[in-house]
Design a binder for this molecule. Structure first.
Ligand code: GDP
Ligand code: ZN
Length: 458
């Protein structure tokens, strides 16, 4: 059962702005409008300039009332939008008034993501599109916003639908043959089932590439920056960012606390954690310091890449050797030799076994692009020129699972005993995985998780 009870919330971001919006959706909204604007007929999709008043007639604000008649609205239900001035107090007063006016109609405050959830339940959006709404709102770079709106427009969903349809067609073919066992033997040849299957796999791979590149735009790369005081960590951050976000100072150990900076390279967010002189845990470390150090090493373990910065002129210190020995396995390391203007090294990349070594000067901005390219390589970024879908981990997992089932299907198809029923079953499983992306077969608890991550009013 779809809950159609009327809901309301402030739809614009908290804080102050030129305008702010209170949005209501659900049944009985015409009655709500009649209470709020007595004697005024709201025409659908027209802007009405009206006073917003308290029950006793005192004016809270003046602004626009917009009326959207179901199903021609964001949620697919009747929607009333009140645009007033974007101050937190005035909007709260307006919301309180709306809730009070609708109390008898059962109007209540919306839950996080409830408007978008209703849009999904009323088929205004599929699940991938609903997620794209949140991703567009949360996008931290222009490239991320672009691919979110690509997904929101339905381009990603259409590609998935197309795949699902092809899988269904192949399934129908196979299942029809299952009823006529004497024809099974020829089936795979006659119908070019193997050819169809590899066509589907090829297309799936293309979608996966577009989606995983898009996921990169969404998630970014977690980079941990380690190195002794004064080696040039802040300078390197600045050089990478191309502006002066980090504090650079010649005094050793200035960057005391953990600093997280987000910079972008070709639209990919890099979340950089400057670990400010991380130390190896030794017996000399006191208890308080131990906690800080352990926490920092925890960050290092979760990183996608470790940037270990050294002074090319002075070489590694004993502290560096201790840190290197403590690096977690499995996290790629880029060893950056800074200050080549002093050491006389040429800017270079040296992909050695222990780590990729890069020689550069943060201060003179020499060789910075070598590091950028290496970071992009580790991130798995490929410039394909194709449009990207701002996919989520959930989508990637479903695509990967679908791929696995198609591979197993292919193995069954290759067998001489021609286990057609197993072939058909794997196709069915692949289809279920693909359909979960757009939400055709998505359990309710997953819906709860997805929509609860929205904020109220969305
Ligand atoms: P941090 O303590 O590791 O963050 O180091 P900073 O970025 O604050 O730099 C420490 C000092 O080294 C500053 O005086 C910088 O100007 C200097 N420095 C950083 N990079 C270079 C470089 O490539 N060449 C030279 N000559 N000096 C640098
Ligand atoms: Zn610093």
């Amino acid at each position: 059962m779809i809950d159609t009870s009327p809901i309301a919330a402030i739809a614009t971001a908290p804080g102050r702005g030129g305008i702010g919006v209170v949005r209501a959706s659900g049944k009985s909204l015409a009655a709500l409008a009649a209470v709020l604007f007595p004697g005024q007929e709201l025409k659908a999709r027209h802007a009405h300039y009206v006073p917003f008043t308290q029950a006793d007639g005192t004016v809270i604000d003046e602004g626009l009332a917009l009326w959207f008649k179901a199903p021609h609205s964001y949620t697919g239900e009747d929607v009333l939008e009140l645009q007033g001035h974007g101050g937190p107090v005035v909007l709260q007063m307006l919301l309180t008034r709306v809730l009070e006016a609708g109390a008898e109609l059962g109007l209540r405050l919306a839950e996080p993501g409830e408007f978008t959830r209703r849009a999904y339940l009323n088929d205004k959006l599929d699940l991938a599109q609903a997620e794209a709404v949140a991703d567009l709102i949360d996008a931290s770079t222009e490239a991320a916003a672009k691919s979110a709106s690509q997904s929101l427009s339905g381009a990603f969903s259409r590609t998935i639908h197309d795949l699902v349809e092809q899988v269904i067609n192949l399934r129908m073919l196979v299942e029809a043959t299952l009823d006529f066992p004497e024809e099974e033997i020829d089936f795979l040849e006659k119908s070019n089932a193997r050819g169809q299957l590899s066509g589907i796999v090829e297309q799936l791979e293309r979608v996966f590439a577009q989606a995983s590149q898009g996921a990169l735009l969404r998630e970014g790369l977690n980079v941990v920056l380690v190195g002794q005081p004064n080696v040039g960590k802040s300078s390197l951050l600045n050089a990478l960012a191309g502006n002066d976000v980090a504090i650079v100072t010649p005094i050793a150990g200035t960057t005391r606390d953990k600093v997280t900076e987000t910079i972008q390279i070709e639209g990919i967010p890099l979340n950089i954690i400057d670990t400010a002189g991380i130390r190896a845990l030794t017996d000399e470390v006191d208890v308080v310091e131990r906690i800080g150090i352990e926490r920092t090493w925890g960050e290092v373990g979760k990183a996608d890449v470790i940037l270990h910065l050294l002074d090319a002129d002075q070489g590694p210190t004993r502290a560096d050797d201790a840190i290197v020995a403590a690096f977690p396995d499995g996290v790629p390391v880029i060893r950056v030799w800074n200050k080549i203007d002093l050491s006389g090294h040429k800017p270079a990349v040296d992909p050695a076994a222990d780590a990729t070594h890069i020689y550069l000067s943060a201060h003179e901005k020499i060789g910075i692009d070598l590091l950028r390219q290496e970071l992009l390589r580790i991130a798995g970024w490929q410039q394909t020129g194709e449009s990207l879908y701002l996919a989520r981990e959930r989508h990637l997992i479903a695509l990967r699972n679908a791929r696995k089932h198609l591979d197993v299907a292919g193995q069954h198809a290759a067998q001489n005993d021609q286990s057609l029923d197993l072939f058909a079953e794997e196709l069915r499983l692949a289809q279920t995985q693909l359909s979960s992306i757009t939400g055709e077969f998505t359990p309710d608890d997953l819906l709860g998780v997805i929509f609860s991550r929205f904020c109220i009013g969305k």
